[in-house]
Design a protein. Structure first.
Length: 333
């Protein structure tokens, strides 16, 4: 039995994939995108698995559905899907989705150059510049970011003590700066990052309480951000973000950049108005900026923005057939 055919616009944001699904949207229950996210996970997660995992996707695959807005003031809403789940917020996914949607004529803003988007983590503002049919850049004004835990020492079996911060930028990140048992990003291979990240994440998730004060469905350490020396001119810092079961973000990571800004702000290394050019493992860059100070519950927080670019790589139609033994995807971990 044919389960469905999904038409997609494939793109990448600074090197990391984004698959904008343009058909086959399930009718989701809920007033907000947070509620709709919960309904998708309960009823339709097979779609995510079929489109993100092998053989139709891969470990780094990210995607999104564009929905009508939940709020009167919004232009649209986005539901994020990827191999690691259905995220509350995805920065590179937003940049890629907005670029693909605008260039494909799937999104018409109320005000050219500006968008208001409902996402599961809340509502974000977006600015963009378009030259003819091409979108030159997209700037996201993200949800509030804050430092949740500071200078926590975890005992990592086989590695030793590791000091981390946990910061929220739309997802919770364990941030690891260079120290005795971590010489820095450029001194570790991708294999090292893939080896140690799941262990660090599991221990951080188990030992640290991370629940968003405004939405308890947003909880738990889901990403690990390793820092180190830069390789691209103009970068202020470099990172490699681990997510899913064995994925390293090829982009500088939008929510990760937001989390990094919040961490550095809390430590007094950045202030309101400062820009921070964040570099990915492949050297691509986002420009982060601390737009304002705010509060998240009792936490001091910031309003971050992230500016980046994306490019469309192709258009495809993906068929999911019940007769296929791998209809709903697999991973080789």
């Amino acid at each position: 039995m044919l389960k469905g055919t999904f038409f997609c616009v494939d793109a990448h944001t600074c090197g990391n994939p984004v698959r904008l699904v343009t058909s086959g949207h399930p009718d989701l229950k809920g007033r907000t995108m947070s509620e709709k996210r919960q309904d998708f996970l309960a009823q339709y997660d097979w779609i995510r698995k079929a489109l993100m995992f092998e053989p139709r996707g891969h470990d780094m695959m990210s995607g999104a559905f564009l929905y009508p807005p939940c709020s009167d003031n919004a232009d649209a809403a986005i539901l994020f899907i990827e191999t690691s789940g259905c995220l509350p917020m995805c920065g590179h996914g937003t940049i890629g989705t907005i670029t693909a949607a605008l260039e494909s004529g799937l999104l018409t803003p109320k005000t050219p150059g500006q968008l208001t988007i409902d996402v599961p983590a809340g509502q974000i503002k977006v600015q963009y510049q378009q030259s003819g049919a091409k979108v030159d850049w997209v700037k996201i004004f993200n949800v509030p970011a804050y430092l949740a835990h500071k200078d926590v020492v975890l005992d990592i079996p086989g590695l030793g003590p590791l000091k981390i911060d946990v910061s929220y930028g739309g997802n919770y990140y364990a941030i690891v700066d260079p120290q005795a048992n971590f010489p820095g990003l450029r001194h570790w291979s991708a294999g090292d990052i893939l080896r140690w990240s799941p262990i660090v994440r599991e221990i951080a998730h188990r030992e640290l309480n991370c629940v968003h004060p405004d939405d308890p469905t947003v909880n738990g350490v889901s990403h690990v951000l390793w820092t180190g020396d830069t390789i691209s001119e103009g970068s202020n810092g470099a990172n490699a973000v681990f997510y899913g079961d064995k994925a390293i973000d090829r982009s500088p990571c939008g929510t990760g950049t937001s989390a990094r800004l919040a961490q550095l702000y809390s430590r007094g290394e950045l202030k309101v108005g400062d820009e921070y050019t964040h570099e990915s493992i492949i050297g691509s860059q986002f420009v982060g900026r601390i737009e304002a100070a705010t509060k998240v519950g009792e936490f001091d927080a910031i309003m971050p923005s992230i500016k980046g670019w994306a490019r469309i790589t192709g258009h495809n139609a993906i068929t999911v057939d019940d007769d296929d033994p791998y209809a709903f995807g697999f991973q080789v971990v």
